[in-house]
Design a protein around this ligand. Structure first.
Ligand code: ACO
Length: 259
């Protein structure tokens, strides 16, 4: 069962599933796709109900910006009509509630899929973290990335610090977060925050080309390889070599139809 229309509507999300490819679209361009708890819950519901045959998930935003981050009305106290308030330290279940928001991001790392963020315009705060949650990022040349949370008196807590440090390294991640400065598409390419930068008009075509290339390799091998790559940085060389042997044995055994 896929995420319900109610969950998608509440989060201003669109979901299109075409065989092995799912496209998730943040679709509140009039608010630059600003995020609320309903968006994070909707994303989590999509992840929890993704059909098993889906191999690639594209995450995109409608309008001029990929995502302007958290809806600032949630932070100002104004609130967003019809939306639950964002959790505060006064809530006894604060940890659980934030974990619920993070669930909207974490599924994008599942080895069963490759997630691709298609980023045009701004990706700020929670929106930058959504792009970081994806395995790969293709940026339009007008893309602007910013981890604004520290400037607003917050830490980034939507799972973005782990991939950020992994991609750009600790010193650069420290500099980017603690200055809350904006990274342009050109710099993002240098910092490896983008696999590719293309003119805005070519973003969709570039994403389609990448999706086709990702689908061209063997499904089971792709899933096993992603799982292997994900553990490489925390394993020693000999642990990783052993993991490769195990993964290969499992893969070849699965083709023989035995456990
Ligand atoms: N929350 C709520 N509304 C927003 C947000 C936001 N994060 N971002 C944009 N909007 C609204 C604007 O208020 C405006 O609404 P209005 O038409 O009713 O006035 C509409 O979206 C369009 O915004 P503009 O600022 O006019 O659009 P522009 O394209 O010029 O700028 C930009 C886009 C750069 C994203 C700008 O809107 C911005 O800086 N937004 C705030 C970003 C931010 O600080 N986010 C929080 C990060 S921290 C975190 O996510 C935890």
């Amino acid at each position: 069962m896929t995420a319900s229309q109610t969950e998608l509507k509440a989060g201003g999300l669109k979901l299109a599933i075409d065989g092995e490819v799912a496209t998730v679209t943040l679709a509140r361009p009039e608010r630059r796709n600003a995020m609320t708890p309903a968006v994070w819950h909707g994303l989590a519901a999509i992840g929890a109900s993704l059909p098993a045959e889906v191999r690639v998930v594209v995450v995109r935003g409608e309008g001029p910006s990929f995502c302007a981050g958290i809806d600032l009305r949630l932070l100002s106290g104004e609130g967003v009509p019809g939306e639950e308030p964002v959790t505060s330290a006064a809530d006894a279940d604060f940890d659980q509630r934030v974990a619920g928001y993070q669930a909207g991001y974490l599924w994008l790392r599942d080895p069963a899929i490759v997630s691709v963020a298609a980023v045009q315009g701004h990706a700020i705060g929670a929106g930058f973290q959504l792009a970081l949650a994806c395995d790969l990022r293709i940026l339009a040349d007008d893309a602007k990335l910013c981890m604004r949370e520290p400037a607003l008196g917050l830490v980034p807590d939507l799972t973005g610090t782990h991939p950020l440090v992994g991609i750009v390294g600790l010193p650069r991640a420290t500099e980017l977060c603690l200055t809350a400065r904006t990274v342009t598409a050109d710099e993002a390419l240098v910092l490896r925050l983008a696999e590719l930068v293309v003119p805005g008009a070519e973003l969709d075509a570039a994403v389609s080309d990448l999706v086709a290339a990702l689908l061209s390799v063997d499904t089971t091998a792709a899933r096993a390889t992603k799982a292997l790559l994900q553990q490489a940085s925390r394993n020693t060389l000999s642990e990783q070599a052993a993991a490769e042997r195990r993964a290969q044995a499992d893969l070849l055994s699965s083709r023989l139809g035995r456990p």
